[in-house]
Structure formats: C-alpha cells, structure tokens
Ligand binder design. Structure first.
Ligand code: LLP
Length: 424
C-alpha cells in the first residue's frame, strides 16, 4: 500500500495524526465522513509561495473555489492574501470571512448582471471580464451606479497546459477568456468606455499543471501582448497569471514555487506591472483529508469491495476525473494488502473513491483517510440521494475546531414545503 506522509499528516505509533492530534480522536467526536484540515499546512504553503516571488511586486489571491470554508478564507486573508471569487456566493463568503473588498478579485466566465452589480456595489479590487460583451455590460451597470469600474480582461493564450481535458482552460477550443489575436483591439475598444478603467490583464491556463513550460510559454505571449497594450496608451497595472500550480496526489513531480519563480521572474522584470497569482489547489489540496468509516467488505468472482460511508457526494474528483487520491488507514494494523474497489453508498456505479487499489486489509468499523482532499473536495459536494454534507474540522497544533457541522435533516429541506393546493 502506498501512503502519504507529511509533516502535517503523519503516523505516530501506527495512528494517523493531523499535526498533533490523532485523527481517530476527531472522528470519535464528530463522526464520518468528515473533512479535516491542517491550518499550519495552509500557512506554510502560502508563506513558501509568497517568499518565492519576493523579488517582484506581487499579490497572491487565494482561489476560494478550491476550498471556501470561511475559516480557510480567513486564514489566507490574515496572512496577507487576497481572495479570488468566482460567483456572488463566493463573494458573499469572502465578505462574511471579513475580507476587505479591496483584496477581492471577481472572476467568472458567465457573471450575471446581479453578480456584477454586487461586485461594483462592494467596490472589489477588480472585475475580471471574459468578453467584450461583458465589459460593455459592466460599463452600463457602473454608469447606473455612478461608478468607474476597475476591469481586467482574461486573455486565452492558446497554450497546452498538458493536464486533464476537463481542467485545461487555456486552449483556443476552451470557453475561457478572449482570443489573443483580437485582444489588443478589444482592450482599445474597452478603454474608450466612459465607466471602465482598463487596468489589468489576466490568464489562467488550467489546473494541476506539473511542469513550468506551459506557464513560461503563456507568460511570454501575454507579456508581449501587455507591452503592446501599454504602448497603445492603456495603463495596465496588474498582470495576473492565474492559478493551476500542480501538487502531488500520487507520484507526480510538480515544480516548486521557487522553480516557477526562477523562470518567470526574469520575464516579469520586463513588464512594469504588479504580478497577481490565483493558486487554489497548491495552497489547500495536501492540507486536508476526508475521513471515512468502512461499513462492509465483500467479494465477488472478480473483485474485492470496501464499502465506506463517504460517497461521490462528499468527494467527486475520482468519479468525474478518475482522480487518484491515496486512501490509507487511520489506524495501521500492519495487515497484508488486498486489491479492492473502495466505493460509497450512492446508487451509481460511478460512486467510487478508488478502483483496483492496494489497501491494507480492512474490516467493517475501521477508518480510512482519503488524502489530499483539501482542494475541490467539500466545495464540490452535493446532497444527491438526500445525503447530508460532511462537517469540516480545522486542526491547529494540538487544538481542533469544528468550523461547520454536519448538515441535519432540516438543512435538506431548507425552504421546501408541501403545497396543499397541489394535492387537492
Ligand atoms: N483562477 C481561475 C480563473 C480558475 O478558473 C481556477 C480554477 C483557479 C484560479 C485555481 O486553480 P488551481 O490553482 O486550484 O488549479 N474541480 C477541478 C479543478 C477545477 C479548477 C477550476 N479553476 C479539480 O477537482 O481538479
């Protein structure tokens, strides 16, 4: 069995710990499935990234889509990060976490009128637009509110990020941003709009990128374009390279922030802009686990199955991207490994956390940890099968706190009611 061991999630006397707390102690209190995060992982990752780029004026905007827990947002914000929000819901969460709107970027390929208005009313730092039509709409709405909107345009640099097709965003065939060949003309057109201050250029080429080459290729293209835009008299102050920095789930060998800085800083030096980053996964993925209990084990002629109480509703990544996450015991028993599918209780064949996986031979009542679940885990959970969403616990040294409780049955109904007229 392969397992993941780090300073933040490690074994001591065969017990999995998060920082200084045995994970079993947490699941005994809060039950399973449960998300457990390491605050000090988040902190150290942010500081490592920030330090790597200290030679250029920069700001890191944590992509809250990867983990929008209020306390996680606040941990990054308190460290000096800005927050990247992709919807009015994420904007609401960032504001609730106490983030200053002047540290918020409003992103999104299809923002609605209401989302743009909310961004304008809250005076976010920048609205990142993805089409000429959107900038025209922002101009109209800003004019109604008597404001001048600070806007960045996302340009699609048409580079291959060499990642899963569903999380690749910088190719011409993808829906994101404006075409780089018409970008200069669109910037010029937008800069003429009276209620728009065109001040940023933005890209995001994909997610879970493990080599620096796609970033270098895209940043070179974008910096050339930026120089042309500035020469046309448009005052571009922010150059945003997006997120996408890859992490280790299995045996990937991603670059470090320092390695990325070594190749990008010389290019950044050639443009006179503040550099923005929007990492999500890099800051959160390896800082969280999903703890789950084994409910049953069974065999058929072909396979072993380990049925656990976490499902695709809690962790969707394996089902939709065939994503790999280490799955390992919360208490090692040093038993022989078996090969098994680790599956959840939802009525779908696609409800699995791992297929044909070597795991320690477990039995009902044992606990497992789905590793590297801090990014795109809880945020992609759902209530399918009327399942209640898991709680989120954050560990800080020897302390741990429940930051969001397991949903109760009332949450499942929210405002739903029986309409008597429908049943006459
Ligand atoms: N900025 C923009 C504009 C984005 O669209 C994204 C992610 C990020 C930043 C952060 O990317 P990161 O550093 O986390 O790679 N659900 C997928 C990932 C989708 C990413 C979408 N956009 C997954 O579970 O792998």
């Amino acid at each position: 069995m392969k397992y993941f061991d780090s300073k933040y999630f490690h074994y001591k006397d065969s017990e999995l710990y998060c920082e200084n707390v045995p994970v079993k102690k947490i699941v005994d209190i809060y039950g399973t499935p449960a998300y457990i995060y390491s605050k000090n992982f988040f902190k150290d990752r942010f500081l490592e990234f920030d330090d790597a780029f200290k030679k250029v004026k920069h700001k890191i905007f944590f992509a809250s889509k990867s983990n929008f827990n209020l306390n996680v947002i606040k941990i990054f914000s308190d460290l000096g990060a800005g927050i990247d929000v992709n919807s009015s819901g994420e904007l609401y969460r960032a504001l609730k976490a106490g983030v200053n709107p002047k540290n918020i970027l409003l992103t999104g390929v299809g923002k609605t009128k209401d989302e743009i208005i909310l961004g304008l009313e809250n005076n976010v730092l920048l609205i990142k637009a993805e089409s000429l039509q959107e900038v025209i709409l922002i101009n109209k709405l800003a004019s109604k509110l008597g404001k001048k909107a600070d806007v960045a345009l996302r340009v699609n640099p048409d580079v291959d990020a060499k990642t899963h097709p569903y999380i690749s965003t910088g190719l011409a065939e993808n829906k994101f941003g404006i075409d780089s060949s018409s970008a200069l003309d669109i910037f010029i057109e937008c800069s003429k709009l009276p209620n728009i201050n065109m001040c940023g250029i933005d890209m995001h080429i994909g997610s879970q990128i493990t080599t620096v080459e796609p970033f270098v290729e895209a940043v070179i293209k974008m910096s050339e374009l930026t120089k042309k835009i500035i020469s046309a008299g448009i005052n571009i102050k922010h150059f945003d390279i997006g997120g996408g920095m890859g992490v280790i789930y299995n045996d990937e060998k991603p670059f470090t922030p320092k390695e990325l800085a070594d190749v990008l800083v010389p290019i950044f030096m050639g443009i006179n802009c503040d550099i923005f980053f929007e990492p999500g996964r890099y800051l959160t993925a390896n800082g969280g686990i999903l703890a789950t209990e084994v409910l049953y084990t069974k065999q058929n002629k072909k396979k072993n199955f380990v049925v656990v109480d976490a499902a695709m509703t809690d962790m969707l990544r394996p089902s939709i991207y065939k994503a790999y996450h280490h799955i390992q015991p919360i208490q090692l028993k040093n038993q022989q490994d078996i090969k098994a599918d680790i599956v959840g209780p939802v009525c779908e064949s696609g409800d699995f956390l791992a297929k044909d996986r070597e795991v320690e031979n477990v039995e009902a009542g044992d606990f497992l940890a789905v590793m590297s679940a801090g990014a795109y885990g809880m945020v992609m959970s759902s209530n399918y099968n009327a399942r209640r969403r898991a709680p989120e616990i954050i560990v800080d040294g020897s302390d741990f706190y429940i930051t969001r409780s397991r949903e109760n049955f009332e949450h499942l109904l929210y405002d739903e009611k029986i309409i008597s007229q429908l049943h006459k």
